[in-house]
Design a protein around this ligand. Sequence first.
Ligand code: PLP
Length: 365
Amino acid sequence: MEVPFIDIGAQYKTIKSEIDQAIQQVLEGGQVIGGEEVHDFEKKFAEKSQVKHCISMANGTDALWIALKALGIGKGDEVITTALSWISSASTILQAGATPVFVDIDISTGLIDTDLIEDKITNKTKAIIPVHLHGQMVDMIDIRNLCDRHKLYCIEDSAQAHFASFRDVMPSQMSDMATFSFYPTKNLGAYGDAGCIVTNDYKLEKQCRALTNYGNRGEDKQLGINSRMDSIQAAILNVKMKYVEGWIEQKRSIADRYDRLLIGVQEITTPSAKTEIGHTYYTYPVRCKNRNKLKEHLIQHGVQTTIHYSWILPLLPLFKDLNNKEEDFPVAYRYQNESLCLPIFPELAEHQQDYVVSCIKDFYN
Ligand SMILES: *Cc1c(COP(=O)(O)O)cnc(C)c1O
């Protein structure tokens, strides 16, 4: 049996006629950048995220850079983020001209360890970027308290956490801004690149919009970029937004089922999802003994898995000048060697999931 990690084609088949029609409408209408579709998208996404403003853009990496620039963060500033994430969470800090300061993670969630943040705050610290990795939100009460105590900005990297919540609070509701990616594999994915920022702050909204639009085309001194969402991606996202909550529910059931099926497999630790957290299971990462050998065994049996991530950010060559040391990030280092993301997508069938689990059990027996 073959079990892919994710099956974008399978999902397309379930909504094919609506998607095809939406794309055709854009092409026939002739407005392929901006316009009604993009406007609709911003309105719907803001509504669903329970926030006032949504600014669409080309991808989730631009969204982080634009959020930093909108807050005026640059040379001489420090920005705190997690040791374990996708490269963009930290590379955009460098791109903005500031210095990323990394914090180790919590082994049970893979998220930034909020107890370790305060030690890293200096008089140069301007902001914290918590990353809601795997679809699970960081404790935003802890983050809010730290930001209030030290007068820091907060940008939530929510690229993996569309419609996630923490004690009923969604990304951006306890921070200055939240950034999203609609990369095709994300829980809400376009069929190409797309991203956005959401915020309740009117001034930040204006600022972000200008930054996506050539910095207002030279009408002020601002240095901007061209980062737009095209109308076809917006039309696709508008269709998908009708289904995304259902898909997230399906992923939650699959995650629950993995939790149950893997009870008793001593070599595997399933992800801990605290009940007050509205986990959306972008991924389902387990920690396991002999991770690399298990991954190899699964490949040989047709099961695709991925590692999120096979590096820790502080030790990447890109950040070499910061002289980060492995011993300062022992938990992230351990997590990176033990974690493995199992196949999870709404269309994953029970018999496929049973097969994944039986391959894991075979490996350890
Ligand atoms: C996907 C992702 C990004 C980047 O988004 P792109 O749209 O690919 O630029 C940033 N941060 C995290 C945590 C991500 O998972």
